[in-house]
Structure formats: C-alpha cells, structure tokens
Write a protein that binds this ligand. Structure first.
Ligand code: AMP
Length: 144
C-alpha cells in the first residue's frame, strides 16, 4: 500500500475500535485505545491508536489527534517500563508498505527491549493467549 490512498474502514484496527474484533485492551479513553500486539516482537509489545481519526499514517493524521495519542504513548511507556523493567524501549511508527507498515490505521508501537535479546525486526509468531491475558491483567492493574 502506498503512502497515499483511501482509508479502508475494514482494516483490523478499525474493527477493534468498533468492537467487531477482540483485543487485549490495556487502556482506553475517549480518544485513544491501547492494546497488546498479537504478534509481539518482545514481551509487553503494545500498540496505541486514535479512535476517532480515519488516518492511515503520520501524513494524514491531524495534529490534535497526534498530540493526544503521543501523550498516551508517553504515559504508557513510563508505566510499562516501570512494571516490566526492560533495559530499553523502542517507540516506533511506520508509514506505507515500503516503510514497514502492515495495518493502515495509524498506530504507535511501544516495544520493551532487553539486553539479553536481539532487536528482531519481525515478530516471531503469534503470542501465547494465556501469556497475553496475564500480561493484560498485570498492566491494567498498573494503568488503572
Ligand atoms: P505495522 O507493521 O506498523 O503496521 O504494525 C501492525 C502491528 O499490528 C503488527 O505488529 C502486528 O503484529 C499487529 N497486529 C495485527 N493484527 C493484530 C490484532 N488483531 N491485534 C493486535 N495486534 C495486531
């Protein structure tokens, strides 16, 4: 998919926002939703998306939405780091297929990283449902 084009309301994150698809939700307010990545690149891999913007990428999202999203990214990154104690954390965002994007609803990745593990570019597979559910419960308790 190109950097430019029509927003597709059938994308999986739009379905999650509508409640038509499940997710391991860890935080939600009027503007933003955060949930665990189903194919985590590392333990604690979290996605943060705006709920009300039909924006595919950084070039399309309005500044107010982006500001709300980033405020949540910063807050959740702090809580995730405090709770999971990684050695580092990546905060990433991809645009267009050539830029590494696979889901065309703008989102930020929060990926905790440990020195003992490499930084893999790709997920190793679907996360274990029991592990994701336990992590969801752990983070929800912290986020409140
Ligand atoms: P990107 O490559 O930046 O577009 O990232 C999309 C991310 O969404 C990838 O890390 C996928 O593992 C993740 N993903 C795809 N489908 C789902 C889903 N149903 N629930 C949670 N994460 C998903």
């Amino acid at each position: 998919m190109s950097l430019f084009g029509e927003y597709d309301s059938q994308n999986i994150f739009a379905a999650i926002i509508r409640g038509d698809a499940p997710c391991y939700k860890i935080y939600e307010d009027d503007d933003v939703l955060a949930f665990l990545d189903l194919f985590p690149q590392a333990y604690g891999h979290t996605l943060v998306i705006p709920k009300n913007a039909k924006a595919r990428n950084l070039l399309e999202v309005d500044g107010d939405t982006l500001a709300k999203m980033m405020a949540t990214v910063q807050r959740l990154t702090g809580i995730i780091v405090d709770e999971l104690k990684p050695d580092g954390v990546q905060v990433m965002q991809f645009n267009g297929t050539a830029g590494g994007q696979t889901v065309f609803h703008i989102h930020m990745h929060i990926v905790p990283r440990w020195e003992s593990q490499g930084i893999g570019a790709h997920a190793s597979g679907k996360g274990d449902p029991a592990e994701l559910a336990a992590l969801q419960e752990r983070l929800v308790k912290r986020i409140g």
